[in-house]
Design a protein around this ligand. Structure first.
Ligand SMILES: Cc1cc2nc3c(=O)[nH]c(=O)nc-3n(C[C@H](O)[C@H](O)[C@H](O)COP(=O)(O)OP(=O)(O)OC[C@H]3O[C@@H](n4cnc5c(N)ncnc54)[C@H](O)[C@@H]3O)c2cc1C
Length: 428
């Protein structure tokens, strides 16, 4: 078991990163990055490549947050679909956003290659229609991406073609995206940390930022035991931002999502549930997502909560979602159950921006952070270096704050989420 990580199959299977120091005393750096998930680590890595000195402060251990606990799906596209984006920002900008999403997946792959990150990188995602009514939408989306964007890695599969690839029950069609990837999220995050360290980033663990203040020239960032004096600050805290910066906290809503891991499946059962070792997901509002680990465990995510508490028995909270799709797994032992917190936005597009000329942030990846948060780090670093083109393109996508801001966003959101999750159960 990896110490100081929440118990999960990922923590049990990733090689440990030796503990990093806690910030003590006063230091200076060109840039201080707050948060050691994909956003923060990728920012640090790319800043070092551009020649900036970096101090990254992580409240817990590196990748303690969502980056060490997620489903590991590396999807193409933005979290909002292209037709929605076209309505939101027009065709030309939507096309550029599509290209950035492909660049994000390519970046994940490049980083794994460049820094020899061994994270069980696999290929292909199969997205399944969980309701008959969704078949047409999937078909249309494939047509749209092939015709309008020339994206040829995507294919519509009817129910029979789906059944050849997975024994999932109650699904009606699917979209196979050969451009998508999947990986072991904690191995990937720790690989990014090792890469950032190898390039000379200073990373401090157990160094929670309590507050910061900005003057005309500098930012002073304070933890309990030290301070960083810097020219730029990057906030990369996502669902764990808490009360650190109220000017951006109301743009996102922290929600909890949960996963289980089974004991390793036999080769035959693994082939039955996932012949081609794809990542899989469905079209429900509270999405189910799953894949097999390299040692053939079913890693299954499903179920959400909107309060600060996790269910007391996560294994039995998630298991029914898995059994609805794969009743044949009823006798397979669940060895791990865990949850994590992610930041979502109202329109599911990430929230990039500047608070002032020193302070940048990226958050609200809405369940699409493996590629997008990694890419956000590259764009944050480029923006600090003076090339803001793609950062500004992302920042210009309208994301409205949640009604009620930081204080009153809960009741409206919870009512909305519960309404849509109820729709999941109707009309299948
Ligand atoms: C269960 C689950 C499944 C998911 N599945 C997928 C998936 O399959 N594919 C996908 O693309 N996305 C998925 N996501 C979303 C994805 O994990 C996130 O979007 C992504 O990890 C965000 O990275 P991040 O670096 O912005 O935030 P995080 O990884 O959450 O990192 C934020 C860090 O900031 C630190 N921090 C917070 N406040 C402070 C402070 N004051 N001082 C210092 N440090 C601080 C926290 O300790 C934390 O480590 C999933 C999320 C969850 C929870």
């Amino acid at each position: 078991m990896n110490s100081h990580y929440p118990p999960s199959w990922y923590a049990d299977s990733a090689p440990q990163l030796a503990p990093l120091p806690t910030l003590q005393g006063n230091i200076s750096a060109d840039v201080c990055v707050v948060g050691g998930g994909y956003t923060g680590l990728s920012t640090a890595l790319h800043l070092r490549q551009l020649g900036f000195s970096v101090a990254l402060l992580e409240a817990n251990r590196v990748a303690w947050g969502a980056s060490g606990r997620n489903g590991g799906h590396v999807g193409t596209g933005q979290r909002a679909d292209q037709a929605t984006l076209e309505k939101m920002v027009g065709h030309e900008r939507a096309s550029r956003l599509w290209q950035l999403s492909l660049d994000a997946v390519a970046l994940v792959e490049d980083l794994c290659q460049q820094f020899a990150i061994d994270c069980e990188l696999g290929t292909g995602n199969l997205h399944l229609a969980a309701k008959r009514a969704h078949i047409g939408e999937l078909e249309e989306e494939v047509h749209h991406l092939r015709q309008q964007y020339g994206y040829e890695h995507i294919e519509f599969l009817d129910q029979q073609a789906v059944a050849q690839r997975t024994s999932a029950q109650g699904v009606y069609a699917g979209v196979l995206d050969r451009g998508a990837r999947h990986l072991h999220p904690l191995k990937y995050a720790l690989g990014l940390a090792r890469a950032a360290l190898s390039l000379g980033s200073d990373i401090y663990e157990h160094s929670r930022v309590k507050h910061y203040r900005t003057s005309d020239q500098k930012v002073i960032v304070s933890t309990d035991q030290g301070q960083v004096r810097c020219s730029y600050l990057v906030l990369a805290c996502n669902g764990y931002l808490g009360g650190l910066e109220n000017r951006i906290a109301g743009n996102i809503m922290p929600i909890n999502n949960f996963m289980i891991a089974t004991e390793p499946l036999s080769e035959a059962l693994a082939d039955q549930v996932n012949r081609d070792r794809l990542s899989l997901s469905d079209t429900l509002f509270v999405i189910n997502y799953w894949k097999l680990s390299a040692d053939r465990r079913m890693l299954f995510g499903g179920g959400e909560t909107y309060s600060s508490r996790f269910p007391s028995d996560i294994k039995n909270f998630v298991r029914p979602y898995m059994l609805q799709l794969y009743p044949e797994l009823a006798d397979v032992a669940i060895t791990h159950g865990w949850g994590g917190t992610l930041g979502i936005t109202l329109n599911r597009m990430p929230d990039f921006g500047r608070i002032d000329k020193h302070t940048f942030y990226a958050q609200g990846f809405s369940g699409h952070g493996v590629p997008t948060a990694t890419f956000a780090g590259k764009l944050l670093a480029s923006a600090i270096h003076g090339d803001c083109t793609d950062f500004d393109l992302m920042a210009a996508v309208p994301t409205r704050g949640f009604p009620g801001g930081t204080l009153l966003r809960w009741p409206g959101l919870v009512a909305g989420m519960l309404f849509y999750s109820l729709l999941d159960r109707w009309g299948r």
